[in-house]
Design a binder for this molecule. Structure first.
Ligand code: PMP
Length: 358
């Protein structure tokens, strides 16, 4: 039987259009001159997880007939061992995206204002809109530093402020004293997205003991090489923990994901290898790319392709076997930027060859 549902009148308006914009993937039936694309569009770690992590995941699958521990105690104690027992954590089995979604769902209701320092990661706006909230983009300055004064002014009647540092897609950090000043002058929580923090030399965690309006989001998708397992975590203020836990979907983190995260946290060697590789290629790209490339504290680089559009350059690179991200979908960024992730040596060499011969 076919029921007479009219999707447009049933489905909430926020889902009639929009959604997350993924980096474009090539058509697999397409004929091409190379075996494999250089995958430089999603800021993944080109190194696979270490053997210790793979072993832990494989062993954990034997227990997959059971639901995972609802408290994820193994990962909580590994995080406390790594950072200190005074912190309050949340973990997520849908990456930091899951953390962002839950934080926003707890705090933001219809018509509530959320201040977003832009251009930045798009999911903050999407998650806010789906709650009926109103994302307010406060544009970064010409050098991509945040507009501290405007953020503070606009946050007067806001429910949440969101800053990404190091920022996606611009790659720059917001200095700790600037974040401190914002925390001191806003009356709502600040969600600080630290997805790429391991690639920088900054540490905002000492602010947690001084300010109870700071939430820091982190991920295992980047420096820890676990994008495919979708594990996020956060440092929460003590007062917020019980509300966050009430809002979480049950059995949030799968058994293999928890096993992977615990093993990855212990593997300092993997992080060291990742950082050495990333930093050496960051410098080489900035030095050798024919277009201006911005300094970066992340595992990706923003490149200004003016006078060519980001879409055009992305298309030309794709034809040469290189996938990068056109930045057209980032609100507030003009249409002449691409973002390129640091990949394997051959991927970076192909990228430099291709972009410099445009
Ligand atoms: N924040 C930023 C700034 C990101 O770039 C990303 C992913 N690209 C995320 C959060 C989400 O990360 P995850 O894979 O943990 O969901």
């Amino acid at each position: 039987m076919k029921c007479e549902i009219k999707p447009e009148s049933l489905v909430r308006k926020c889902y009639h259009t929009g959604g997350y914009v993924f980096a474009k993937k090539p058509d697999i039936s397409e004929k091409k001159d190379f075996e494999e694309y250089a995958r430089l569009a999603s800021n993944e770690n080109p190194l696979p997880p270490s053997d210790a992590v793979i072993k832990a995941v494989c062993e954990s699958v034997a227990r997959a007939n059971r639901y995972p521990d609802e408290k994820s105690e193994l990962l909580f104690s590994a995080l406390k061992e790594c950072y200190g027992s005074s912190y309050n954590f949340a973990v997520s089995g849908t990456g930091m995206d899951g953390i962002i979604e839950t934080v926003i769902r707890v705090i933001v209701g219809p018509l509530d204002k959320v201040i977003v320092s832009s251009p930045t990661f798009s999911y903050y706006g999407i998650a806010t809109t789906t709650q009926g909230g109103l994302p307010v983009n406060i544009m970064r300055k010409e050098d991509f530093s945040i507009d501290k004064k405007k953020i503070i002014e606009e946050s007067e009647d806001a429910k949440l402020v969101i800053i990404c540092s190091p920022n996606n897609p611009t790659g720059n950090v917001t200095p700790v004293p600037v974040v401190k000043e914002i925390l001191e002058n806003i009356k709502c929580p600040l969600f600080l997205d630290n997805a790429y923090i391991e690639f920088s030399s900054l540490d905002y965690t000492p602010l947690l003991s001084q300010y109870d309006n700071l939430i820091i989001g982190r991920t295992f998708s980047k420096a820890y090489s676990l994008a495919g397992l979708r594990i996020g975590y956060a440092f929460l203020p003590e007062w917020f923990e019980k509300y966050y836990k009430r809002a979480m979907t049950p059995f949030n983190l799968s058994i293999p994901s928890e096993a992977a995260a615990v093993a990855a946290l212990k593997d300092k060697e993997h992080i060291k290898k990742t950082l050495n590789h990333t930093i050496s290629w960051r410098d080489k790209i900035i030095e050798n790319c024919r277009y201006p490339a911005f300094p970066s504290d992340t595992n990706f680089i923003l490149i200004d392709t003016h006078p060519h559009s980001g879409d055009k350059i992305t298309e030309v690179l794709r034809e040469s076997g290189v996938l990068v991200r056109s930045c057209r979908s980032f609100p507030g960024l003009p249409d002449h930027y691409i973002r390129v992730s640091i990949g394997k040596d051959w991927e970076m060499e192909r990228f430099l060859g291709a972009i410099n011969s445009i």
